[in-house]
Design a protein around this ligand. Structure first.
Ligand code: NIG
Ligand code: FE
Length: 355
């Protein structure tokens, strides 16, 4: 007897970068003063800034910080988390991040999925010759990641100023040949062909989509009829909020019949947001999702983006007993309405209270 509390399934965060060394407060201030995310990145800040700091940090120290972030996320109701590498950008540092994720998998009883994102930025040493860095990702990093069994998927930041469609295609095909499915960063900065390359490669999801036209929506729809089960569109409204860029067209994607998902993108550069409850609220106010649609976006549809919808993302027979009780009544409506509060009363993992 919960005395009138409600129970919701644990939330599913299908896109995060929680293994990082430090916040980027200085870039936050630069952007407030008017500099753009892309200009900061092009000048060697952004992801490269995070990579320099991470390369200098030990695996143990990274683990302690990432575990603390994970505990915060769980306290806000998240019980499935995808975690990407991508702040290493050298073979050793990428492996270091993925080993941290492996330890998190061992130590936390929730569902954690690891994604190898070596192609997250082009290191300064490779400036002007990005294909040489792609060689390193494909020929050196990827085989080592696979040999150690450190990743469940591959990801590429396919966008203006980062990796091209051709480079993305090469990386996804190399990963597929080694058995790794893909999920990619697509169309954050422009209509750059990210959805096309994702669908052509049978990617499980295309994430970001701040730029997404009717053409992309049509392609995503067609993908749902293809044998691999379709490319799930994943919106990251925390990034749009934090960077002041457009929001993914969540309403239009849902109206097209697509299983629209949302994730935090928790990272130090574009979305220092740990709570899927906040993401849910942004989805409602900024992307015109109804509260119940927002709920599906952070539970069952997000589980589909990770292809673990049979195991998590719903309260149903056969699913893991991952759920939380709420402080509010009518929680599905109240959570996105009273934004910024933590509506979780108690979180349960495999039926046991998380403390
Ligand atoms: O999903 N867009 C690429 N990667 C991250 C941000 C990385 C960063 O700025 O540190 C994202 O927004
Ligand atoms: Fe991301």
């Amino acid at each position: 007897d919960l005395g009138g509390l409600e129970v919701l399934p644990g939330l599913v965060d299908s896109h995060t970068h929680i293994v990082f060394a430090a916040p980027r407060h200085e870039e936050f201030e630069m952007r407030i003063r008017g500099e753009s995310y892309e200009a900061i990145a092009a000048a060697g800040g952004g992801i490269l800034n995070s990579a320099r700091k991470l390369q200098a940090m030990s695996e143990d120290d990274l683990y302690v910080q990432a575990a603390e972030r994970l505990r915060t996320m769980i306290a806000h109701g998240t019980t499935t988390v995808e975690i990407k590498s991508g702040y290493g950008l050298t073979t050793d540092s990428e492996l270091k991040i993925l080993r941290v994720v492996k330890r998190l998998k061992q130590d936390f009883d929730i569902v954690i999925k690891a994604t190898f994102l070596g192609a997250h930025g082009i290191p300064t040493e490779f400036k002007g010759e990005p294909d040489r860095y792609v060689d390193l990702v494909v020929e050196d990093m990827l085989p080592k990641v696979v040999a150690e069994g450190l990743a469940d998927h591959i990801d590429v930041f396919c966008d203006r100023g980062f990796f091209t469609v051709e480079q993305t295609d090469r990386i996804l095909k190399a990963a597929a040949a080694m058995g790794l499915p893909s999920k990619i960063h697509a169309n954050e900065l422009g209509l750059t062909g990210g959805v096309q390359v994702a669908v052509a490669n049978g990617s499980w999801s295309a994430d970001h989509l701040e730029h997404c036209s009717e053409v992309e929506i049509g392609l995503l729809r067609e993908s749902m009829e293809m044998g691999y089960g379709g490319t799930v569109p994943v919106g990251l409204p925390g990034t749009s909020y934090f960077l002041g860029i457009p929001y993914a067209p969540g309403r239009a994607l849902i109206d097209a019949g697509l299983p629209f998902a949302m994730a935090t993108d928790f990272n130090p550069g574009s979305s220092p947001i740990a709570s899927l409850q906040v993401v849910w609220a942004l989805g409602c106010t900024q992307q015109k999702l109804l509260p119940a649609e927002g709920f599906c976006a952070v539970t069952c549809n997000a589980a589909l983006a990770l292809r673990c919808e049979k195991e998590v993302g719903a309260l149903a027979a056969g699913q893991r007993a991952n759920f939380f009780t709420t402080k509010t009544v009518d929680a599905v409506k109240a959570i996105p309405y009273f934004m910024g509060q933590n509506h979780c009363h108690e979180v349960f993992i495999n039926g046991c209270l998380f403390v």
